[in-house]
Design a protein around this ligand. Structure first.
Ligand SMILES: [Zn+2]
Length: 234
């Protein structure tokens, strides 16, 4: 049997996969080995959270359940402290990510757009580092950046930090139809029990907005097995 191609997904926190590119992950995992890297430990607000130090380990378990539903082959935890990604750690994280990428030889990378979708500085760092790894590894065909729609970002205006404006459909490179995997996307999000307030708000919204995920794409060459990518611009 021919070896499956692999895909590398790079996120900052347990739940970024579910709130972000989960539809694409669920689709691509049918034909590819998906490796998901979560750079932080997800324990940022543990001092204030009723679960205290149990929060980080619980969130990592939630991520494993979500990843299982989405068909991810392996979750890689880098266990950096949530909320602390910065230039000081940039090259250290890039080295770890490069080592994983060399090991799995991904055909493409999925991460967040350069403003981190929500503006969270951990997200921005992760997007930059994934881009750096992509740029330095000519074997990787493309990097796909998940973006929020304009409507979605406007619905987040009361987020705890400045949420950058989202995109218009005409300005993205790739529109993925996720209607066939919406149930998995919702089920994956619901694995994140500790984030249930956000989960309920977001999953309610997913039922009424178009069943799509939007991406910006930087590519060196066409990436294989793109038959389910519906946007003609690619
Ligand atoms: Zn996050």
């Amino acid at each position: 049997m021919e070896k499956k191609k692999s895909v590398l997904v790079v996120t900052a926190h347990p739940d970024d996969e579910a709130f972000g590119p989960s539809g694409l992950i669920a689709k691509i995992s049918a034909t590819h080995d998906v490796h998901l890297v979560c750079v932080t430990d997800g324990a940022s607000d543990s001092r204030f959270h009723p679960l205290g130090p149990k929060l980080g380990p619980l969130r990592r378990e939630e991520l494993k359940k979500s990843a299982h539903i989405l068909g991810v082959k392996k979750v890689h935890f880098l266990n950096y402290k949530d909320g602390t990604l910065s230039n000081n750690l940039y090259h250290e994280v890039a080295e770890k990510l490069t080592a994983i990428a060399k090991d799995i030889n991904p055909t493409f990378i999925i991460t967040m757009e350069n403003r981190g979708v929500s503006g969270h500085l951990d997200h921005v760092a992760v997007s930059m580092i994934a881009s750096f790894v992509y740029r330095n590894m000519p074997s990787i065909d493309a990097i796909l950046y998940h973006v929020a729609s304009k409507e979605s970002s406007e619905s987040m205006k009361d987020y705890f930090i400045y949420f950058p404006p989202g995109f218009e459909k005409k300005d993205v490179d790739l529109v993925v139809d996720i209607s066939d995997v919406l149930d998995k996307k919702i089920a994956a999000a619901k694995c994140h029990d500790t984030q249930m307030k956000d989960v309920l708000r977001v999953t309610k919204r997913w039922l009424v907005v178009p069943k799509e995920e939007w991406y910006l794409v930087t590519k060196r060459r066409n990436f294989a097995d793109a038959s389910f990518f519906t946007n003609q611009k690619l």
